[in-house]
Design a protein. Structure first.
Length: 473
């Protein structure tokens, strides 16, 4: 189905997703209370991606209480890094300004969510509330007199822990993993209600695994300023953790390397990939490992698709083995796809899957990206459990390449992200880089979820991610 047919057959506006018709036959919850708080952490070492460098993180933690029709009360928890440098990048406003705007928006979202009185399934609650969240972002932008308005992506990130907490509470109220609550027994509507006629008679459960895959390949991120080999290290951190790529490979048994690139300096990008490939090849040879993969992340910095095509052509000529190890390419050009409809990815996607990330904010953007030649989608917990599952279903329907990417998720947010990756069929791998950049935030979780926070053989053990709710607490 192309985007035009999709727009004709689906009611895209979340305001259309009311709670009605047959809802009383399924388990439903009503939100009773919403509370939120923050945690702040400094990075162990700065992380450079695209045009941004970050050295700190603020976690938004959300607690909620819900009540079932039978009067049972359950509590849910959600957490997400606010990620303002990524979700609200600005050349005119400071980090503190955009973070402050997100905090003001979080307070509005808490009030909106806590004041919602209709019973329903978490997906329908989120679909009903999202228009109010977006209006709140407009209001906050005006009230704070921001030089640039809060983008939709930033609104999704801010709202995501509220959505997660509601899903978590719903699962706990039923004594089930959230991923067992997406079928006809729980949801009042089939997917045609959200995604159009092609999904008639199908439920989210068709596109979600009831049990988590036991093991998932981990992508390790190499930031654009990270040292590769020992000679690149200017001053040792000395905290006992690895500090070069070979050290990390040996420490975690890595077989997946995500490479952050400049996107506006072809010579540097080629040299960066070639250098990483040399160091990785030597280390893997020592370990007796014959197969490993790379992903390339330009974080929107390529001026056009021609840059990407030239990069791939020259890399294949100068480092053929490195080229062969590329599993996928992530969001090479600017996130506003509508602003340059001619900048299509068809030719690049014939060489390697090209994945939409920053551009992916709703089903319509997914369909537009697919129309423009993107062949894959990066799913992220920070965009909200409800909307990501709907986007995953649409992407699966169209046989798109899938991966789960990070927002330096730590603690409960990593459990959320890992649960998503473990329950969506066909996900190639999951990125998890908080262990590199902010390990202090993960420390309290290591003994509770050793398979997620203590990486061995380059894999995450997701076999325990089947507890009630989202499984973190």
């Amino acid at each position: 189905m192309d985007r035009r047919r999709f727009l004709q057959s689906a009611a895209l506006s979340p305001a259309a997703f009311g709670i009605c018709g047959g809802a009383s036959a399924r388990p439903a919850i009503r939100i009773e209370e919403v509370r939120f708080s923050y945690e702040d952490f400094r990075y162990r070492t700065p992380y450079r991606f695209g045009a941004q460098t970050v050295d700190r993180v603020t976690l938004l933690n959300v607690d909620c209480a819900v009540c079932t029709r039978t009067g049972r009360v359950a509590r849910g928890f959600g957490s997400m890094t606010m990620g303002n440098a990524w979700s609200f990048p600005s050349k005119t406003m400071s980090y503190d300004t955009t973070l402050g705007a997100m905090k003001a928006l979080a307070a509005r979202i808490a009030s909106i969510t806590g004041g919602y009185g209709e019973p329903g399934h978490p997906v329908d609650i989120n679909c009903a509330l999202e228009p109010a969240y977006l209006k709140a972002a407009v209001a906050v932008s005006k009230d704070l007199q921001l030089a640039e308005p809060i983008p939709k992506l930033c609104t999704l990130v801010t709202a995501s822990p509220f959505d997660a907490a509601i899903h978590d509470a719903y699962g706990k109220a039923l004594g089930l993993s959230c991923y067992l609550t997406y079928g006809r027994d729980s949801m009042p509507f089939d997917l045609s209600h959200y995604l159009g006629a092609d999904f008639k008679g199908e439920y989210l459960s068709r596109y979600v695994l009831p049990k988590p895959v036991p093991r998932m390949a981990l992508y390790h991120s190499v930031g654009a300023s990270d040292p590769i080999v020992a000679s690149d290290v200017r001053a040792r951190i000395g905290d006992g953790l690895p500090e070069t790529l070979p050290e990390w490979i040996r420490y975690n048994g890595l077989r997946r390397i995500k490479i952050k690139l400049a996107g506006n300096d072809l010579a540097w990008d080629l040299a960066r990939v070639a250098g990483i490939d040399r160091a990785t090849t030597e280390t893997q040879r020592e370990r007796g490992v014959a197969e490993w993969f790379y992903s390339l992340d330009f974080n929107e910095q390529c001026p056009n698709v021609d840059y990407l095509l030239e990069f791939l052509r020259r890399l294949r000529e100068t480092a053929a083995a490195g080229f062969d190890r590329i599993q996928y390419v992530e969001q090479p050009t600017a996130r506003d796809l509508r602003a340059d409809r001619a900048n299509v990815m068809h030719a690049a996607a014939k060489l390697r899957p090209v994945v939409i990330d920053e551009s992916l904010t709703d089903i319509e953007s997914l369909m537009l990206a697919r129309e423009m030649g993107y062949s894959g989608a990066a799913l992220k917990a920070c965009k909200g459990q409800s909307q990501v599952l709907l986007m995953a279903a649409a992407a699966e329907k169209h046989h798109m390449f899938l991966c789960v990417q990070d927002l330096t998720c730590q603690g409960a947010s990593l459990i959320h992200s890992a649960g998503l990756a473990a329950h969506v069929p066909g996900v190639a791998a999951i990125e998890a880089n908080a262990r590199e950049y902010v390990p202090a935030a993960n420390k309290p979780w290591e003994d509770r979820f050793p398979g997620i926070f203590k990486v061995r053989d380059g894999m995450l053990d997701a076999s325990t991610l089947n507890r009630p709710g989202l499984g973190a607490v």
